[in-house]
Write a protein that binds this ligand. Structure first.
Ligand SMILES: C[S@@+](CC[C@H](N)C(=O)[O-])C[C@H]1O[C@@H](n2cnc3c(N)ncnc32)[C@H](O)[C@@H]1O
Length: 245
């Protein structure tokens, strides 16, 4: 039999207020406590209107501190409330299961301990990307990698399919302690990509708008320009197939 505490991880979507699914909103409203890991203070304020009892997981991030440590602390904070028998909701921006370690891990732990725990999907940056860039991942196939993992491991990339690199804004951060990247690290990424793609290949820096009525960043550049670009924690790099006609 399940123990009394319960956990649901929900997604807030990317765009403030308009991307959250009704079921995620309901879970937030009905929870005893809501943990939030969101990308903007506006999103945090809105969730606080839905349920005033919030605990901001953003407080566990610190410059120079390993994100693995941060995730451990987030999981411990969430599990403490689940073990106390509460109806716990943890809201993560985008889709809680897409390029997000803590939601998967905390659900696994809660279930192992005998608590009811599940995930509700959300609209991720990936969904916005397909819509804004008019990409159908089924047309040529689509590969997704975390940028640093792509840089340090030998992944088998298929250049005739799309390649989406997440977290280019922290490219090359092997210690998981940084919140930005450097020109040198982007240059190393460019070099690695040019073993597969021509220097003149068009790639796209993508940042979905997080509020209504604001344009997304869709910056098309040649691969050879990659070391000189501005990136943020919201930038995703899209590499179209080499033969896309
Ligand atoms: C830790 S992952 C979280 C992804 C999130 N769970 C989702 O479903 O979109 C962070 C990465 O997602 C991508 N991302 C986050 N917000 C984005 C946005 N507004 N536009 C484009 N990509 C975004 C970037 O690659 C960023 O480095």
């Amino acid at each position: 039999m399940n123990k009394k505490g319960r956990l649901v991880c929900v997604g807030t979507g990317i765009k403030l207020m308009v991307h959250m699914t009704p079921i995620s909103k309901q879970q937030i409203e009905q929870a005893d406590i809501v943990f939030i890991a969101v990308a903007s203070s506006l999103m945090g304020s809105w969730i606080k209107e839905l349920n005033p009892n919030i605990h901001d997981l953003g407080q566990y991030y610190q410059p120079g501190k390993s994100r693995l440590e941060t995730y451990k602390e987030m999981i411990a904070a969430i599990m403490q409330e689940v073990r106390a028998g509460k109806n716990v909701c943890a809201a993560f921006y985008g889709h809680p299961g897409v390029f997000a370690l803590a939601p998967h891990r905390v659900i696994e732990i809660a279930r192992k301990e005998g608590y009811e725990a599940h995930m509700e999907p959300g609209i991720s940056a990936e969904d916005c990307l397909y819509a804004d860039l008019a990409i159908d991942p089924g047309k040529f196939g689509c590969q997704h990698y975390e940028t640093t993992q792509y840089m340090i491991h030998n992944k088998n990339i298929e250049p005739s399919a799309y390649l989406i690199l997440w977290q280019i804004g922290i490219a090359g951060d092997q210690e998981l302690t940084q919140f930005n990247t450097t020109e040198e690290k982007l240059e190393a990424l460019r070099e690695k990509l040019t073993t597969l793609y021509p220097e003149s290949h068009e790639v796209i820096l993508y940042e979905s708008s997080t509020v209504l009525f604001k344009q997304s960043r869709i910056e098309k550049i040649e691969l050879q320009q990659l070391a000189d670009v501005e990136t943020s924690l919201e930038t995703t790099l899209v590499i179209p197939p080499v033969r896309n006609k």
